[in-house]
Design a binder for this molecule. Structure first.
Ligand SMILES: CC(C)(COP(=O)(O)OP(=O)(O)OC[C@H]1O[C@@H](n2cnc3c(N)ncnc32)[C@H](O)[C@@H]1OP(=O)(O)O)[C@@H](O)C(=O)NCCC(=O)NCCS
Length: 173
């Protein structure tokens, strides 16, 4: 399947939040091969939070992966960090029905190309430290654990005590 990768606009925000929440938490369509359903409760993000994040970060983009029929299959958030050579990749999500078919791999590659074209030399991402299958997937994409960890952010209903974020990075040029 040939996918189209393009930044989302304001009209796509609501459907993007649906795709993201369905992927991270599992939804009516079932649960995918990796998710946070047992670790964090509530939505991952609301349409308003997504719109606010985009408005607050003028260099950020939420890339979408679109099917040939024009359906939004997945998303990835990209934003330069305080060091403009290091970009942050987040909100990587593929709707449950579209998972395990290469869309996630495509989104990572498109995100890395997007950042590299804007001067990014390294990509950084964070993963909940006990999600071993997902960390292994990122390692297969070339990401390496940096040895650094961050506290899990405030404002979420955490269902498993002691979780924190493992920081991974990859050279993209
Ligand atoms: C993580 C995510 C984006 C991956 O997207 P995807 O489209 O399913 O990924 P791909 O199809 O490109 O790759 C599927 C991979 O899963 C592997 N896989 C499939 N079923 C699996 C299983 N039961 N256990 C472990 N790995 C599995 C495949 O072997 C393949 O790995 P490979 O690319 O190294 O061969 C998607 O699962 C998702 O949205 N998850 C919920 C949100 C989330 O956790 N995001 C990341 C937060 S840091």
């Amino acid at each position: 399947m040939t996918l189209r990768f393009a930044p989302l606009g304001p009209a796509d925000i609501t459907v993007a939040a649906q795709v993201i929440n369905g992927a991270y938490r599992g939804g009516d369509d079932g649960v995918g091969w990796t998710h946070e359903r047992d670790l964090v409760g509530g939505d991952r993000i609301s349409p308003q939070e997504l719109a606010d994040d985009l408005a607050r970060n003028p260099h950020a983009a939420l890339l979408g992966a679109w099917s040939p029929e024009g359906n939004l299959l997945g998303t990835v958030w990209l934003n330069p960090t305080a060091d403009p050579h290091v970009w942050y990749l987040g909100l990587l999500a593929v709707g449950v029905e579209g998972q395990a078919g290469g869309v996630g791999r495509g989104l990572i590659a498109a995100g890395e190309a997007f950042a590299a074209a804007r001067g990014g030399l390294r990509m950084r991402l964070t993963v909940i430290d006990i999600r071993d299958d997902l960390i292994a997937w990122y390692v297969r994409r070339g990401y390496e654990p940096t040895g650094r960890f961050e506290p899990f952010p405030q404002g979420y209903r955490v269902l498993r005590s002691g979780i924190r974020l493992n920081v991974l990075e990859k050279a993209i040029q």
